[in-house]
Design a protein around this ligand. Structure first.
Ligand code: CO
Length: 210
């Protein structure tokens, strides 16, 4: 059996198990999704959102990219964000990075990896702007961990800079923004920052006419 065929076999088994445990399972999910959370995470295969939070299909709306970036010109991310906030009306938006992130590591180094250099440039900019905070740590691994946390923090701030979030904050629906970092070594998520509609954001980024 080819490796991909095993996935299809697994899928049939899973479907059978679900129906056995809960005969209404698929009928319920087929009708609607009402997730309370939007998850913006790294594409890394070792950080599966539902598994590490013990949640089920239907509970988390998910967007993943390399190094969990919120790039304000990314149509994919912006579409997911708008749909999650304005249609699904999620209560919480979680940006979840992880220690040992290859994207962050690459961005801190000087090797070209091809087209991804352009994506990772976002993290290089964050490193440059937070250089004294990050480089004050002498231990290499600790410095890398710090940069993972700083990256998550900046992505949460990037969310707050969007008109989508600011509009929601001003108009009754007030999603909470959370920055988390997952540990590959122990499977534990560490919360690193939080923003909500009461948080101050730099006036330069504030839209007054939303
Ligand atoms: Co990663």
């Amino acid at each position: 059996m080819q490796s991909y065929e095993k996935l299809l076999v697994n899928n049939k088994e899973w479907s059978k198990e679900q129906q056995k445990a809960d005969p209404e399972y698929f009928k319920r999910l087929e009708n609607q999704q009402t997730p309370e959370f939007l998850w913006i995470g790294c594409s890394d295969s070792r950080v599966p959102p539902n598994q590490i939070t013990k949640t089920q299909p239907g509970q988390i709306f998910i967007h993943r990219n390399i190094a969990n970036l919120v790039v304000n010109t990314d149509q994919n991310l912006l579409s997911v964000l708008q749909y999650a906030v304005e249609v699904l009306k999620v209560k919480h938006i979680i940006v979840c990075g992880h220690y040992g992130c290859g994207g962050v590591k690459a961005a801190m180094g000087n090797q070209s990896l091809g087209i991804i250099d352009n994506w990772l440039k976002e993290i290089k900019d964050i490193y440059r702007m937070n250089k004294s905070e990050v480089d004050s740590i002498t231990d290499e691994k600790e410095r890398f961990n710090k940069m993972v946390e700083v990256n998550v923090r900046e992505q949460v701030i990037n969310l707050a800079k969007t008109s989508i979030i600011q509009h929601a904050w001003k108009n009754g629906h007030k999603p909470y923004l959370h920055g988390w970092v997952y540990g590959l070594a122990d499977g534990i998520i560490k919360p690193v920052c939080e923003l909500n509609s009461d948080s101050e954001i730099d006036s330069l980024y504030r839209y007054e006419n939303l």
